[in-house]
Design a protein around this ligand. Structure first.
Ligand SMILES: *Cc1c(COP(=O)(O)O)cnc(C)c1O
Length: 412
């Protein structure tokens, strides 16, 4: 890890200048990129790191006996160590690298799922991303386990009392999003962990958003599994992974077979490689993982709390201004939330609004955000979502609100 003190006074203009794409114009206007919850843009340091792998240190990783293979392996395993330190894991071996959060949840659902039997229960919440629903549905079908749903309150918070009564001695897994990609709600993970562990159940936290929008310490949280995805952390797409506490990885069976994950292969069976490689079949996304290591180095330059406060100020400004527009309904008004603003506009379809906003250079997302059960909970088919990152500014919030007013004027 970096030895120097992280920067608390953020120079946003300097930060922006490190992101080449932010210099683009869209439809003759400066790009206002507010689609960060779907994917973040990449700083020069990440672009360089990926291109340098291919330019000067590329080869397949592990078991290499030549210089390039050793360099690539060192950089790849170095990235694993950076990820572990960033998340507060005690050992690099607790991090399994995957193609992203989706694959990481499938890994846990399938591997952990092999130990489930009929009548066991898995608890999910109504605010889960489809990535933290469908893998568990597949596991439930295979094992006969049952999924129970924790409701969400009108402000977009977990109903902790309902959760408490749902957790019983049949509960094996509580899989909950740490920060909702739609509502922005930061769930009280420590409370969830306590409730689950008291009943002997494991906890998986979907940290796809929390890892970028707030300081995270997986050891302190006490969760069993924590998944993350590289492309939302200013890193490349196609990489991410899962942290597993204690000796989970030793106890769980492998989920995919192939090269890299074995110790020995015989005609009548095989033995497994040490963790975490037991869970990493096939050639990984080598350059992308190394790029994610560079993204984490880049993020470690800044104080995580200062970044959260900067994003929170943007969220507060946007929330305050949007609330003055007639017909806007905010979805997700929890006290404790990250920089994600979802809303619907009465009488205007969110897709039409998003397309009009693009005419003003403003990129937001419209749709169900891979959270259809949550859309139904709030009685909407889709929302518009503006989500903020370290490089966004107050001027961009104002430009977004101005464009939204104009777009609404066209449609209504
Ligand atoms: C983006 C996201 C995912 C899926 O991440 P991928 O990178 O697509 O695998 C899962 N959960 C949440 C909360 C997300 O925001």
């Amino acid at each position: 890890m970096t030895a120097h003190t992280p920067i608390t006074a953020l120079d946003i203009a300097a930060i922006r200048s490190e992101f080449p794409i932010l210099k683009r114009e869209i439809n003759g206007r400066p790009l206002v990129y507010l689609d960060n919850a779907a994917s973040a843009q990449k700083p020069e340091a990440v672009i360089e790191a990926v291109s340098n792998v291919y330019r000067s240190s590329y080869a397949n990783v592990h078991r290499g006996l030549h210089t390039l293979a050793n360099e690539a392996t060192e950089a790849f395993e170095g990235a694993r160590g950076k990820i572990a330190a960033f998340l507060g894991a005690q050992r690099a071996e607790q991090i399994v690298l995957t193609r992203g959060a989706t694959e990481a949840i499938n890994l846990v659902a399938q591997s952990f799922g092999q130990g489930l039997k009929e009548g066991d229960e898995i608890i999910l919440s109504q605010m889960e991303h489809h990535s933290n629903i469908v893998p568990w549905q597949l596991t439930a079908e295979r094992s006969g386990a049952v999924i129970r749903w924790c409701p969400v309150t009108d402000t977009g918070e977990l109903d902790y009392e309902a959760l408490e009564s749902l957790i019983t001695d049949r509960t094996r897994m509580v899989a909950i999003v740490h920060m909702s990609n739609v509502l922005g709600t930061a769930n009280d993970a420590a409370r969830v962990v306590k409730l689950a562990h008291d009943a002997g159940a494991a906890v998986l936290l979907d940290g796809s958003q929390s890892a970028v929008h707030m300081p995270v310490d997986v050891t302190g949280l006490g969760c069993d599994f924590f998944v993350f995805t590289g492309h939302k952390l200013y890193g490349p797409s196609g990489c991410g992974g899962v942290y597993a506490a204690g000796d989970w990885l030793d106890r769980l069976p492998p989920w995919q077979g192939g090269g890299e994950m074995i110790a020995d292969v015989f005609e009548d069976g095989s033995t497994w490689a040490d963790v975490p490689h037991k869970f990493e079949a096939g050639t990984p996304s080598i350059a992308d993982v190394i790029g994610l290591g560079a993204a984490i180095d880049w993020m470690q330059r800044f104080d995580r709390t200062a970044v959260m406060e900067h994003e929170r100020a943007l969220l507060d400004r946007a929330t305050q201004q949007i609330s003055t527009i007639d017909g806007v309904k905010l979805i997700g008004t929890a006290q404790d939330k990250g920089a994600i603003l979802s809303f619907a506009v009465e009488g205007a379809h969110s897709h039409d609004l998003a397309q009009l906003l693009d005419k003003y250079g403003v990129a937001v997302r419209a749709g169900h955000h891979c959270a259809q059960p949550l859309m139904r909970r709030f009685g909407v088919e889709s929302t518009l979502r503006a989500s903020f990152a370290i490089y966004n500014t107050a001027e961009e919030v104002d430009a977004f609100i101005e464009a939204l007013k104009k777009a609404k004027g066209f449609l209504i």
